[in-house]
Write a protein that binds this ligand. Sequence first.
Ligand SMILES: Nc1ncnc2c1ncn2[C@@H]1O[C@H](COP(=O)(O)OP(=O)(O)O)[C@@H](O)[C@H]1O
Ligand SMILES: [Mg+2]
Length: 585
Amino acid sequence: MTMQPALQFTENDLIGHISSVDTSRAIINVYNSSLLTRICIGNLIAIKGRTEQEFLISIIERVTRSVSEDLSEEFDVNQDEIPIITSQSDVIRVVLIGTYQNVSGERKNVFKRGADSFPQIERECYIIESGNLQRFMGILGAGYPVEERLKLGIFVSGKDAEAIISGDKFFQRHAAILGSTGSGKSYTVALILERASKLKYSNIIVFDMHGEYAPLAKSEQNGFAVQMRIAGPGDLLNPSDDVLFLPYWLLNRDEMLSMMLDRSDQNAPNQASRFTQHVRSLKQKTLENEQKLKIAETFTVDSPIPYSMENLLELLKTDNTTKGQGKNGPVKGEWEDKLTRFISRMEAKLDDRRYGFMFSPPVIANNYNWLSTQIIKLLGSNNEKGIKIIDFSEVPSDVLPVVAGTLARLLYNVQFWMEPEKRTPVTLLCDEAHLYLPIRSDADAVQRQALGAFERIAKEGRKYGFSLLVISQRPSDVSKTILSQCNNFLSLRLTNDEDQNVIRKLIPDSLSGLTSILPLLDVGEALILGDAVLLPSRIKLDIPSLVPNSATRDFWREWATRAAVDNAIVNAVESLRSQTRSSSV
Ligand SMILES: Nc1ncnc2c1ncn2[C@@H]1O[C@H](COP(=O)(O)OP(=O)(O)O)[C@@H](O)[C@H]1O
Ligand SMILES: [Mg+2]
């Protein structure tokens, strides 16, 4: 089959001529105003290039009509009224995006990003629509090798042309999926996970804040994912296999102190130093008992090595009560009474069942080898179920950042220390990121610890095959450091001005005009920007075959048909008391 050129224009497609050009934009003087009814912002215009084979491809950013009034040149001085003629001129502003060639060496129909040359004044400009558009969009996805393709849906403008992006580029250097509530973020996540699950060894860990993605793991529905959850107060006695604990000894010194230490206490430096000293010596002891003498030579206080919390408390209490030896008998001890408040803050946390996943792990979790078994569950290939969903829905909001941050740091560090040839790339999908990755100035001590962990991944992760996929409905509340490291944005409808501004600032200047369509997108439609697409495009996302649990309720219809259930209310009150969902009366 000889491939015909994707772009073939006739006089009917000629909309105007270039009238001015700057570095990334051009102005087109519209010559055929009747064509204006067929275009809108975001549509494509082809500008004739240096040769017959070449077109510069641009996106419409603005259309303006100006009307000017002039005195008619032929008027009669004796007449009372001077005739005024109005003339109208239409102007289109476009952003230059790339270059298309009918033939380029051996290859036909080649599109690449970036304009090799600038359009010349007076060059013809054509609107790309119908058959041209369909063929052109078709070659965009074909630009990627088959094994790199990730199909997300269809191009809104492309009349059923498949919207294919580069799966490699999308995951390589962090991406974000942004959109107001109800715009289709969760569906998009489910879709991407479904597509990834078709790869034999995909490796994505989903931080699922609301337990929304549970259906993706239901085996009776052909679920493709594994689900785990962070232990809630009800899981402490008989934890099942899918329950995750995050024992306190996994926390580094700063994470632990961000929870335990009151920095305004005048004894805070003493408390921190005793804590550090004792944790270090307890870890040392564990290593000696385990005969890990090599490790004992180089470990640090932050190394994840089990120790006993009881022993730690004992040591701190001894410090707090030990008197010093003076020349004339006992004097006030060096640490005496200085740790009282620290100890009581610690004890309060240990008693709080909501922190059970951290401070009341099962006995087995204190075994030296427990950690690697856990991490294999999270980072391993899991019998080819590489999508792992971690349900955070029972984690109290005040500790959410510690849990998310510690887990992310731990996984990243394991990846970091792995032999490079043996690493499989890993993506951490951060649902509702504004909850634990806030803007730094808004963050408390605990959130700052989590931020530190994620920011490090955002900055260095690429080198170690570890990337983030950040999801949020409030991009303006998400850490700028993290968003600014994202190379691809899939933005669904965004109604809030501030949120639109965030995106505007994150993308190249020349594309910022496109963000004006963000509030107008339909449900399930997105603007995709970044290096994973050849052309910033508006796409209609496919619906995943396993849809997430929707939180959207049909209020009006349900009020007409569903009664409240008293017994369910009684159970809910009991659950509130026990802090577990399983209690019933
Ligand atoms: N690609 C899509 N095509 C059509 N409808 C969609 C699509 N994605 C989502 N929807 C609809 O929009 C609703 C909200 O989607 P959801 O993903 O839960 O939004 P969000 O997570 O942004 O709040 C869904 O219940 C579904 O009915
Ligand atoms: Mg959602």
